[in-house]
Design a protein around this ligand. Structure first.
Ligand code: LLP
Length: 457
């Protein structure tokens, strides 16, 4: 399946029992399965073939360098949304031309680093990560621009550097992806993209710009989009726009259809990669045959189910109305339940046979479950991993696995309440490797150690 399964009542990642990992590195810990990543990516590649598309991994979902390197080896391009992510993609071995740079608020410094092709925001420190070839790296393959103001800045910076930027215009298609409000990006009330009617005048304005090439369109409607219709609708909107632009004499060579394909947080809750591809493939087939370059930018669909968060129960508290299972992971380790009321299946790492979960769901029809709130150590009532959840009885010291935590888990962690960020481990067959060390308290405090008097002019 996704690399995690119970063997003799013990949850394993590949061949590795999770209690052994907890023993070796402590908790909370993110554990990823390399096999799970490979399986998800291979499925995705098959769907991409159907669509005639190339996947660019949305590395914000799980940015660890080792994960990016694995996905590079498997053939992914990269989708980044900040100067930091751009450097990360490059450190992971991605040639600049295989990086797509999106994001609604790019700074001048970020645009310069992306375009110049000669300097890294990391400076000389890039050498520490094995890259000392900064000067030859070349400009980023594609910049997805989100506002007329950004286009203006980009044109000025490209002129200053004497390069020609390859640009897609991100369109806001005003399509409802029918997902949580906070991960909806394709409606006209959202800050993302440019309204359809404003796009043709922009193509006119920059038609002969010597420093900008408007080569295509980008659209990304949201995340955890669990239906395929919104993709068909958004694709139709951009295709109609392509017709208009081409009728006006613009050549559209690239179509970036974004990410957002839903993952299976609960078994069976999201369409397969093939279903998403099938919704879009017939709409774009003719243009693909004529040479249109199509890109998709999946994050969750690759990574969500390829990782679990391993946490240890610190205390059990029976309140008047609720039973609390208090863990060492909380909103500082996984913020999705607090922020989006997101569902993650949570289950003990070691269970009796009668408690082997037949699927991942909010309610399982098993005997002897206890209703509880699974919460973290943080001083906030929003600090929960699950509420009103029926799980087998657990005691202090037991391990719980929070499933489908491989995407937007580690990347959204914080140091709130002075917790260090968790350790990351990747298993491959019978091997387990620490791919990100647990953050020490000293490193959390380091930036405040001295203080620095400002010399104000
Ligand atoms: N492309 C762009 C331009 C994006 O902004 C995103 C995600 C993606 C691709 C990848 O979307 P995915 O395939 O991973 O759904 N923190 C939220 C999700 C936020 C997504 C932000 N943008 C969560 O935990 O559900």
């Amino acid at each position: 399946m996704d690399g995690f399964e119970y063997r003799n009542g013990v949850l394993h990642a590949g061949e590795v029992p999770l209690p052994a990992i907890a023993e070796a590195v402590g908790t909370p810990a993110y554990v990823y399965s390399a096999d799970g990543i490979r399986t998800a990516f291979h499925r995705l590649m098959a769907a991409c073939t159907t669509m005639g598309a190339r996947p660019h991994y949305a590395l914000k979902s799980s940015p660890n360098l080792h994960i990016c390197r694995l996905l590079r080896e498997l053939g992914a391009g990269m989708d980044v949304v900040s100067g930091g992510e751009l450097e990360r993609a490059w450190l992971a071995g991605t040639p600049m031309e295989e990086i797509v740079f999106a994001g609604v608020g790019k700074s001048d410094a970020e645009l310069r680093a992306a375009l110049s092709g000669k300097f890294s925001l990391l400076g000389e420190e890039a050498a520490k990560f094995g890259r000392s070839d900064i000067e030859e790296r070349g400009p980023v393959g594609l910049i997805n621009v989100e506002s007329p103001s950004e286009l203006e800045r980009l044109s000025a910076i490209a002129a200053e550097l004497g390069v020609r930027a390859q640009v897609c215009v991100r369109v806001n298609p005003n399509v409802d992806p029918k997902t949580h409000e906070y991960v909806t990006t394709g409606k006209d009330r959202n800050k993302f993209g440019i309204d359809v009617d404003q796009v043709p005048p922009l193509f006119e304005r920059y038609r002969d710009d010597p420093f900008l090439s408007l080569v295509g369109l980008h659209v990304h409607i949201g995340s955890s989009v669990r239906q395929t219709d919104p993709y068909a609708d958004a694709t139709k909107v951009v295709l109609a726009l392509i017709d208009d632009l081409e009728a006006a004499g613009h050549k559209i060579a690239v179509l970036d259809l974004g990410g957002g394909w839903g993952a299976e947080y609960a078994s069976g809750e999201a369409p397969s990669v093939d279903a998403y591809a099938a919704a879009m493939a017939p709409l774009i087939a003719e243009r693909v045959a004529q040479g249109l370059r199509v890109i998709i930018e999946p994050g969750k669909k690759i990574m969500a189910n390829a990782g679990v968060l391993l946490t240890r129960v610190q205390h059990i508290k029976q309140g008047r109305t609720r039973r609390f299972v208090i863990c060492d992971a909380g909103m500082q380790t996984l913020i999705r339940p607090a922020l989006y009321q997101a569902f993650h299946f949570i289950w003990p790492v070691q269970v009796e046979e009668k408690h082997l979960p037949p699927k991942r769901a909010e309610h399982l029809d098993l005997e002897d479950l206890l209703r509880c709130d699974i919460v973290g150590p943080i001083c906030e009532s929003a600090d929960f991993l699950a509420r009103d959840r029926d799980i087998p009885k657990v005691k202090r010291g037991d391990l719980l696995a929070v499933f489908s935590a491989g995407a937007y888990g580690m990347s959204m962690t914080s140091n709130y309440n002075d917790h260090g960020r968790p350790v990351e481990v990747m298993t491959d067959g019978g091997k387990a490797t620490v791919i990100g060390e647990r953050q020490t308290l000293a490193s959390v405090l380091e930036r405040e150690r001295e203080g620095r008097r400002l010399e104000l002019g």
